[in-house]
Design a protein around this ligand. Structure first.
Ligand code: ARG
Length: 457
């Protein structure tokens, strides 16, 4: 039975029904819907709007529906949406008293409440997966303080860095993502129930009691806004999008570093794939899929932002479009982050190859310029002198460590014996000891700080 059929002469056309329905996807809200209805019925009883017996009967009926769904004794099907499904089944179970559940409530404030309950839980689910990814990154960071690799800008070798610093960088991004999910949780944690269809209700309800029963922080302050606000969905999708942006960058680095050309990382066979024609191939399908799926999560954010644009106050059916995008974004992020955390546990670092790469292509040029500047030469002049040394080496087909002290002195009399240790890649990385720097000691401090902040998220 439709919740609204009284006014209609004719049944809805089957194709209109199929187009309008949301049960096929909002069934994911069954637990939130029943939980919110239990709180609502309890409040109606406490306020004397329903008798204690009626309220108890409704609550018991709702609980039996919930357990039957969870025990797979009751399939969610056959109605327009999850709200109609639950209410109809309640009436089937407890008779006319069930028809009182919807007193002082509309599906508009009901669905807004259900979805906020869902988003709250989902934000925590995603946050915990991100935590597992950070832990996997930190395990690699911890194992590789004393190893060095080239750091890149413009994807050209720039300066030697501690390998830890590479993993710390991603851990920092994901820490911010966790924090953003906490914020998303807070945005969702406001209760719209009591807003009615749009204008509130004349029944003497106690919104605070329902809020307490559902564990919300506060109640919405304006009924029109309460039923039509979906900012929290946009925020959730943005949080997911940024997680995917960060993960996609990590995927790109992983793909590059596992190429024959770089050869820094090796993904174990268990997380790699092959080619149907080229027997030698070992392909990074997992990072590639993660990079690709980023697009669909961004798409959901754009879809939702576009759907809510230009909707007149207050509730309009357009808002039903807030759900599938979020469910798919959640599933995608959970899968991508989850598999990445697992895969990182199966990545081997080829540290010798990384160290060798860290020391080639003049990655310590900045150190030479800094050496001269620290001995009094203005930095710009020191930069120019070092540039000439680089050119000289390129022309001769040699590198900094092939030059003698005398050869250095020809470029500037400031050079002394100690220049030979300055051009060493390990010393270069070790010298950047400022807070947040790329030396092993700074990377170790960064890691300690990440671990500390992770505890409080
Ligand atoms: N399935 C609807 C949604 O998700 C539930 C609310 C229906 N409200 C209404 N006035 N038709 O938005």
């Amino acid at each position: 039975m439709k919740l609204w059929e009284g006014r209609f002469d004719q049944p809805t056309a089957p194709d209109a029904d199929a187009f309008n329905e949301s049960l096929s996807f909002d069934k994911a809200l069954y637990r939130c819907d029943i939980t919110a209805s239990i709180a609502h019925a309890t409040m109606l009883g406490a306020c004397g709007i329903l008798s204690k017996e009626e309220s108890d009967k409704i609550v018991a009926g709702l609980k039996s529906i919930l357990s039957d769904i969870e025990e797979k004794k009751l399939a969610i099907e056959g109605y327009e949406d999850i709200h109609s499904f639950v209410e109809n089944h309640l009436v089937k179970r407890i008779g006319d008293t069930g028809k009182k559940l919807h007193t002082a409530r509309s599906r508009n404030d009901q669905v807004a409440t259900d979805f906020r309950l869902y988003v709250r839980e989902s934000a925590l689910r995603v946050k915990e997966t991100v935590r597992s990814l950070i832990k996997a990154l930190l395990a690699l960071s911890e194992a590789h303080y004393d190893d060095i690799m080239p750091g890149y800008t413009h994807l050209r070798k720039a300066q030697p860095i501690s390998v830890s610093q590479f993993f710390n960088a991603y851990a920092e991004m994901f820490l911010r993502d966790m924090d953003r999910l906490n914020h998303t949780y807070r945005s969702a944690n406001v209760m719209p129930l009591g807003s009615g269809a749009l204008a509130g209700t004349s029944y003497p309800i106690d919104r605070n009691l329902t809020k307490e029963l559902l564990g919300f922080d506060s109640v919405t302050n304006c009924s029109l806004d309460g039923v039509s606000d979906r900012d929290f969905v946009a925020e959730y999708l943005f949080s997911c999008s940024l997680i995917m942006a960060h993960l996609s960058r990590l995927a790109e680095d992983t793909i590059l570093y596992t190429t024959e050309e770089f050869g820094f990382f090796e993904i174990s066979d268990a997380y790699s794939t092959g080619s149907s024609i080229m027997p030698q191939k070992k392909n990074p399908d997992i990072p590639e899929l993660v990079r690709g799926k980023t697009g669909r999560v961004y798409g959901h954010l754009m879809g939702l932002l576009t759907a809510i644009k230009g909707i007149p106050l207050a509730y309009n059916k357009d808002l039903q479009e807030d759900k599938e995008c979020l469910f798919d974004a959640e599933e995608t992020v959970l899968k991508c982050v989850g598999i990445y955390a697992e895969m990182l546990g199966h990545v081997t670092l080829k540290t010798e190859r990384m160290e060798e790469a860290a020391g080639s292509e003049f990655t310590t040029a900045t150190d030479i310029a800094d050496y001269l500047a620290k001995k009094g030469l203005p930095f710009r002049t020191a930069h120019a002198v070092t540039g000439k040394i680089v050119r000289h080496c390129i022309e001769k087909g040699i590198t900094f460590s092939d030059l003698s002290v005398e050869a250095y002195k020809e470029f500037s009399p400031i050079f002394e014996e100690d220049i030979l240790s300055v051009v060493d890649a390990r010393n270069s990385a070790a010298s950047r000891t400022c807070a947040g720097g790329s030396s092993p000691s700074s990377a170790r401090q960064s890691l300690a700080s990440i671990l500390e902040r992770l505890k409080s998220l």
